[in-house]
Structure formats: C-alpha cells, structure tokens
Design a protein around this ligand. Structure first.
Ligand code: SF4
Ligand code: SF4
Length: 257
C-alpha cells in the first residue's frame, strides 16, 4: 500500500463463499499497476516457495536478493517483506509498461485483493471456518465499472486455495506460539523459525543432509516423502518450527498430510 493511499477494511459485512462483491482489475484502468509501488508486501512461506521456483533460484538466493526481514513487534516472529526498489519504491517484479513479471506465481496478497480472509479452525470439528472482508484502497478504480463475483469464484479465479492451505498451517504455528506464552524469540530461535518457514532449501540441507538428530526420529517412508516432495518438506518445516519452539517436541510425522 502506498503511504498516500487510504486503506479501509469494510467489516460491515462478512462475505461467505456464495456472497457477492463487485471488482474489476484490467489493464485499461488508469490505476493499472499503481498498486505495485510503495507497498508493504509481506511474504508467507508458500509465496516464497512459488516465487523462488518461478525465478529458478534457491530460497536463500531469493530471500537475499529480493527481501528484507524484521521481527514483528506484535508477534515477535521474523517477518519477510519484498524490498521495493528505486526512487518510486517499485515492486522488483513489476516491469513498467508491461505488468507483473511473476503473475502466475505472484504472492497471495496480490491475488486476494480486494478480499481479506479471516479463518479459524474449530476446536470441536477441526474444520476451518472462513469468511472475507472487502478491502478498499482509495486510489483503486477496481470498484468502478466492476464485475460481480462470488467469493468462491474469486478464490478459484485467483488460484488461492493452496495459498490459503499454507496460510492456515502458518496460523496454527502462530496460535501455538501465543498459547505457549513464548514472547520475543532469541537469535537462535529466530534463525530456526526463518529456516523452517521461509528458507526451505537451507532447511533441506539442514534436516535431510546435515548431522541432526531429528531426522532419526522419523521413519524411512517419511524421509523419502520429504526428499521427493518439496511442498511436503515445506509443511514439515512449518510443523517442525511449531514443535521445536512452541510445543517442546520433536515428532512431526504424525502431522504429515
Ligand atoms: S484496479 Fe486496483 S488492484 Fe487493479 S491495478 Fe488498479 S489499483 Fe491495482
Ligand atoms: S508481485 Fe506482481 S502483482 Fe504483486 S506487487 Fe509485485 S508486481 Fe504487483
């Protein structure tokens, strides 16, 4: 979001999957790509996975080149944001006059706008209860001459399901932290969090190739699955951080799906 742009979260209406909203973001709008400047673009674990794959880089290279990290003042966890570039603070993935160069793998936040998802897992059923609010940015013309969408049509159109699945896993990690009473993380804990959640290639080296005891707690089938499937490794990494830092355990395989 640009610093001059006012962002309003419309909490007057909770939108469920069949509810409708009106929006249209097309290249002939005069605001086209203006939202790709001077914004705080936070990256979640699955965003980093998609972007580093799309750019043919390791997660370490991607993080070093394109992102900054700071410790969230509220959450106490490391937060990764995209480093904007140049005098106008352009997103590095925007090619002026053309558009987003990583469009097929753009971050979940870019896909979801103008919706913001609120999700909670039920303690009784284990099911996710989700709803959405509309977010309005003052300079966005997407609400004029707009097209009607149901929430589920938007989620499908923007390819959000897998992003939501990983975000839910990450939320469980934050929930575990809050429940544990752990406050600010120390430097070693921050490093562990960063590696398990964001730097998947370093986590692979550490967990599958390095001399650590955790690997020997898992059976062969689990290790093979993690070696063959990077998304399973990413899920494992997030659960590993949760167990190691906030639940005081080391068996993660029970949570593998
Ligand atoms: S319509 Fe809104 S989201 Fe689309 S380019 Fe314009 S400002 Fe960005
Ligand atoms: S990733 Fe793409 S859509 Fe998102 S802000 Fe950057 S250029 Fe815009």
């Amino acid at each position: 979001m640009s610093k001059d742009v006012e962002t309003v979260l419309d909490t007057s209406k909770e939108l469920r999957s069949k509810d409708e909203f009106c929006f249209s973001c097309v290249p002939d709008k005069d605001c086209f790509t203006q939202c790709c400047y001077d914004l705080t673009l936070m990256l979640m674990p699955y965003d980093i996975y998609r972007l580093k794959k799309a750019l043919g880089m390791s997660s370490k290279e991607f993080l070093e080149r394109y992102t900054s990290v700071h410790v969230g003042p509220g959450t106490g966890i490391p937060v990764v944001t995209v480093k904007m570039e140049g005098p106008y603070l352009k997103c590095p993935f925007l090619e002026e006059g053309k558009g987003c160069t990583v469009y097929n793998d753009r971050p979940g936040a870019c896909r979801a706008y103008p919706l913001a998802r609120i999700a909670q897992r039920s303690h009784e059923t284990g099911e996710i209860d989700e709803y959405y609010y509309v977010v309005r940015e003052s300079d966005c013309r997407g609400f004029k001459d707009c097209k009607s969408w149901t929430v589920e049509e938007w989620v499908q159109h923007e390819g959000l399901s897998e992003y939501n699945e990983f975000n839910d896993l990450f939320s469980e990690l934050i929930h575990a932290k809050n429940k544990s009473g752990v406050g600010q993380l120390n430097a070693d804990q921050i490093e562990m969090f960063y590696m398990g959640c964001y730097d998947i290639d370093s986590f692979r080296e550490f967990f599958l190739e390095g001399p650590n005891l955790d690997r020997y707690m898992e059976d062969e089938a689990t290790i093979q699955k993690l070696q063959e499937d990077e998304l399973e490794l990413l899920k494992y990494g997030i659960r590993w951080v949760k167990k190691k830092l906030f639940e005081g355990g080391s068996c993660i395989a029970c949570g593998l799906s």
